[in-house]
Design a protein around this ligand. Structure first.
Ligand code: AMP
Ligand code: MG
Length: 482
């Protein structure tokens, strides 16, 4: 097997991690291997998808060149600060890809570490498959994300409310450096540690800033921009992360830690799926303010490195955070207009877009399929067609699109690239996971992966993957899966 590791994080100050090997599991067996991702990493999927591959991907054997560590970090969870760290994961190391990129390879569910607190260090098969499929869907939608290289069954049970089949997820990320990693350094107050992490993060994710005269401020500014763009990308496709704690926000700008996440059906900014999010802190429409709040925690952590004069540091940090609001507002309107096929900007465009959302919320119309119906022309006998509110809006929109002065096919082609047909619908995800974990039948999951891997291209025979589930008496609920 051709592992090429270079473990730069393991060369940082020891306070940032603990060297620890994964805990072996009883009977590792491959459940899924991501062949496309393996190829990008320069690994042969045929070798990974084998009994020997299962040994490596479960953590029973450590690949040559890996230096397993559990990373230390802290985090604000639902607003409360805790010292955390990888309680059920180890970073094997950084793979250097054939095209010269550096990618973390982490095993999640790999056993207890010094950061496990009361947890068992393990993961259940269902949530790890969920992370796999949602991550692949996000990747195919064009949204920065960590990805699953493999899921391996452990042959052991994990005990949650009931005994569940155990699994290890092999996860690939640009890095696992989180807002909470900087919060950890700030709480630690050991000289030099934060500085080393800062230099490492810049070299890795923002190489254009190497040698910048104000590196901490520059990092904050870039993080603000990237997180803002990430939340905008989520909102374009109706994604709700569900647990946007500061330990689940990566400095790389990738989506990380798929727990209780889900895609919104009917458009409503207050939509929440997570069973533990009682206050709606991480609701669909709260994601921008929460990202801002998290970035303010990053700014606080970096403060001493921003400027030795505290007042001056606060002023600079505030200015950097202040970029978020305007970038978000203009990005949101521009994004909606682009989804409606508009390139030029007229004064009434924001209102036109917002009025569609207001109609969708009143009518409880499906977010994904309404945008796509506008793109493709409504299917015959679509009940939305008869809605007078939507008819009036459509007349305004069609007149506005007419003023773009471009052939309608050109406009529709642009819209098709932004408005997906297929998202991982909640009921489809649940059905696929139930078959995989209950009967060991992976075929619905493989089919779902196939469907969401080409989200913008409608294909015959996949009609039932387009529709939202029938509205049930029970609201859809997701769980953290810990
Ligand atoms: P998460 O909610 O998955 O982002 O995890 C929050 C924190 O809890 C992290 O420090 C995890 O490592 C830790 N954690 C989650 N599940 C477990 C578990 N089963 N055993 C040990 N630590 C865990
Ligand atoms: Mg986490």
């Amino acid at each position: 097997m051709s592992w090429r590791f270079d473990n730069s994080y393991a060369r940082l100050p020891e306070a940032l991690f603990t060297r620890i090997a994964p805990t072996a599991v009883r009977a590792p067996a491959i459940v899924l291997v991501n062949a496309a991702l393996a190829a990008e990493l320069g690994l042969a999927d045929s070798e990974l998808d084998s009994p020997e591959g299962a040994q490596f991907l479960s953590g029973n054997r450590v690949p040559p060149g890996a230096e397993p560590i559990a990373q230390a970090y802290a985090g604000h969870q639902f607003g409360h600060f805790s010292m955390l760290g990888d309680g059920r994961a180890v970073l094997l190391g950084e793979l250097v890809t054939p095209d010269g990129h550096r990618r973390d390879l982490q095993l999640k569910g790999s056993g207890r570490t010094p950061y496990s607190r009361s947890g068992d260090g393990r993961a259940a098969l269902g949530p790890m498959l969920r992370e796999y499929v949602i991550g692949e869907a996000m990747h195919a939608l064009g949204i920065p994300t960590t990805r699953a290289l493999a899921v391996v069954g452990t042959g052991e049970r994990v005990y949650r409310e009931t005994p569940l089949p155990g699994a290890v997820l092999a996860r690939v990320a640009a890095s696992h450096i989180r807002v909470g990693t900087f919060e950890y350094c700030a709480a630690l107050r050991e000289p030099g540690v934060m500085q080393a992490l800062l230099e490492h993060t810049i070299a890795r994710h923002y190489p254009a800033l190497v040698g910048h005269p104000q590196p901490a401020l520059a990092l904050l500014q870039e993080a603000v921009d990237r997180q803002c763009d990430l939340v905008l990308a989520w909102m374009r496709v109706g994604f709700i992360h569900g647990v946007m704690n500061t330990d689940n926000m990566a400095l790389s700008g990738e989506t990380i830690d798929y727990g209780p996440c889900a895609f919104m059906d009917a458009y409503d900014p207050s939509t929440v799926f997570s069973s533990i999010d009682h206050q709606g802190r991480y609701a669909f429409g709260q994601q921008a303010p929460v990202a801002m709040w998290n970035l303010a925690r990053l700014a606080e952590a970096l403060l001493e490195l921003i400027d030795p004069n505290e007042d001056r540091a606060i002023e600079l940090a505030k200015a950097a955070l202040g970029r978020f609001g305007e970038r978000f507002r203009s990005g949101w309107v521009d994004g909606l207009c682009a989804r409606l096929g508009l390139q030029a900007r007229e004064p009434g465009d924001a209102a036109l877009a917002e009025d569609l959302l207001a109609w969708m919320q009143r009518a409880r119309a499906d977010y994904t399929s309404t945008f796509r119906a506008l793109t493709d022309g409504f299917p015959p006998a679509d009940p939305r067609e008869a809605d007078p509110g939507l008819q009036a809006w459509r007349a305004r929109w069609e007149a506005r699109v007419g003023r773009e002065g471009q052939p309608v096919e050109v406009v529709h082609a642009r819209m098709r690239a932004l408005n997906p047909v297929y998202i991982p619908r909640n009921h489809k995800v649940e059905d696929a996971l139930a078959a995989a974990t209950g009967q060991g039948d992976l075929s619905p999951l493989r089919r779902l992966l196939e469907v969401v891997s080409r989200p913008y291209e409608r294909r015959p025979g996949l009609e039932d993957y387009e529709q939202a589930a029938a509205v049930s008496a029970q609201p859809y609920r997701t769980f953290c899966g810990t």
